[in-house]
Design a protein around this ligand. Structure first.
Ligand SMILES: [Zn+2]
Ligand SMILES: [Zn+2]
Length: 456
């Protein structure tokens, strides 16, 4: 049975063995007019749901103008709404989307096969990754074992690097208070790092590692290691590695002593340049540290902004002037504290904004330092507060630099009974060496700097 009879768009197929009434309802249900629209509403056949259920359970329709996109067979539909969905309102729309039932089943099968393939591929990929991770873990373990095995037998102090040995001293000092713990990585330390200069830190650490004074610590995070494709040799990010000092405490102490006396007394151009580099580094770190302190004071204590960008260069010059005049770090902290305090007072009295007050602190600091230099005021030494974070190597390098300076200090040389006025003395074997002006009984004892701070 096909509709409309002249140019059929739809064929009705009724299941065998259906009653005459069911056959009749199916025919009424599927019949379409000449233009392809339904000949009647389902409701006009009988009670709506009963009529639809009876018709669709007894029959289906084949859309003669809507062919399967795969096999060109007309598509079967189970009810009116599917018929319209596939063939459009007039049941004559060419189909570019739907499959016949058979092809649909095949496609379903193909999809299932593809799904299985994908699952298997994913499983294989996961397995590959697992093996790779295992391999990498084994390689990392191997590197760490090699690092662990380093005993410092081939260690040498890298004197060709002016600052690496000094940093070694700082690392030794730091490790002394963290028994059993690795030295932090540069990433752990953040922007300030050891010396307030990440590049310098990295160069020095690389030199110390190459010299076998540092080894990668077992606590180094796995992400520090990199494996590049086609190159199985693992490497690590210098900035991510945590470190241990190579050698037992006796060896390390001996290295530290050697390094210290190199800076203090070694003759020659390289040692001279190392001392200069150390002095410049410490000066730079002191200036950075004081600026950090003032910024912290303004922001944390007073809730002002940091010193404005436009005045930082000037602030650095002012701080340098203070250190050059001989004020100690503690005295400089005192100046900064007083400058911020005075600026806060100005802000109240002169109704300034917070940014103006931060800027005023720079001007005031300059004035206070100038006045103290001129009037030779006694300035107390302040401890930096606990919130203040200084570059980690500052204390150690400051101390080393003071020791180095003391060796060449005119007043100390003149007062020393063991050396001449050049600071040189003769050893038992007749060699001439630089004197460290230590009391003879305890040559290792650390002596405080005798530098007279200006105004103290
Ligand atoms: Zn088909
Ligand atoms: Zn001496």
């Amino acid at each position: 049975m096909e509709f409309p009879p002249g140019a059929p768009r739809l064929r009705v197929v009724i299941e065998a063995g259906r009653s005459a009434q069911e056959q009749e309802i199916a025919k009424l249900y599927w019949e379409i007019a000449e233009d392809g629209t339904w000949a009647r509403t389902v409701g006009s056949i009988g009670e709506l749901q009963w009529a639809a259920a009876t018709a669709t359970s007894a029959s289906y329709a084949v859309l003669l103008r809507s062919l399967c996109v795969k096999c060109d067979e007309p598509i079967r539909v189970a009810n009116r709404s599917w018929a319209v969905k596939v063939a459009g309102k007039f049941l004559d729309r060419p189909n570019d989307k739907y499959l016949c039932q058979e092809c649909g089943a095949v496609r379903e099968e193909e999809r299932e096969r593809e799904r299985q393939h994908r699952l298997e591929a994913a499983r294989a990929e996961k397995e590959r990754e697992r093996l790779k991770a295992e391999e990498e873990a084994a390689e990392i373990a191997e590197i760490l074992a090699a690092e662990e095995a380093k005993d410092g037998a081939g260690a040498r102090i890298p004197y060709d690097s002016p600052l690496a040995p000094a940093l070694y001293l700082a690392l030794v000092g730091h490790a002394a208070y963290r028994p059993g713990k690795p030295l932090p990585s540069m990433v752990d330390l953040g922007l300030l790092g050891w010396t307030a200069d990440i590049d310098r830190d990295r160069d020095a650490i690389l030199d110390l590692y190459a010299a076998d004074l540092l080894a990668v610590a077992a606590e180094t995070p796995r992400k520090a290691f990199v494996f590049s494709e086609g190159d199985d040799s693992p490497r690590f990010f210098l900035t991510e590695a945590r470190w241990r000092l190579v050698g037992d405490s006796k060896v390390i102490t001996a290295h530290a002593r050697t390094v210290k006396s190199h800076y203090m007394t070694a003759p020659g151009q390289a040692a001279h340049e190392a001392r200069q580099a150390l002095a410049e580094l410490v000066e730079h770190m002191e200036i950075v540290n004081l600026i950090l302190y003032l910024d912290g004071l303004l922001t944390k204590t007073y809730q002002y902004p940091e010193v404005p960008e436009g005045r930082r260069r000037q602030l650095a010059d002012i701080v340098k002037k203070g250190f050059d005049a001989g004020f100690t770090p503690g005295q400089m902290i005192c100046f900064a504290w007083r400058a911020a305090d005075t600026a806060a007072g100005w802000k109240e009295r002169k109704a300034m904004g917070p940014a103006e007050a931060s800027s005023a602190a720079v001007t005031i600091l300059n004035g206070k330092i100038d006045t103290a230099i001129e009037a030779r005021h006694a300035i107390p030494e302040y401890e930096p507060p606990r919130w203040h974070q200084q570059p980690l190597a500052l204390d150690a390098l400051r101390e080393l630099n003071a020791d180095v300076k003391r060796v060449r200090d005119r007043a100390v040389m003149d007062a020393c009974l063991q050396c001449d006025h050049h600071g040189l003395r003769e050893t038992d074997t007749g060699a001439v060496v630089r004197c460290v002006h230590a009391p003879p009984a305890t040559p290792e004892q650390h002596t405080e700097s005798q530098n007279e701070p200006a105004g103290a």
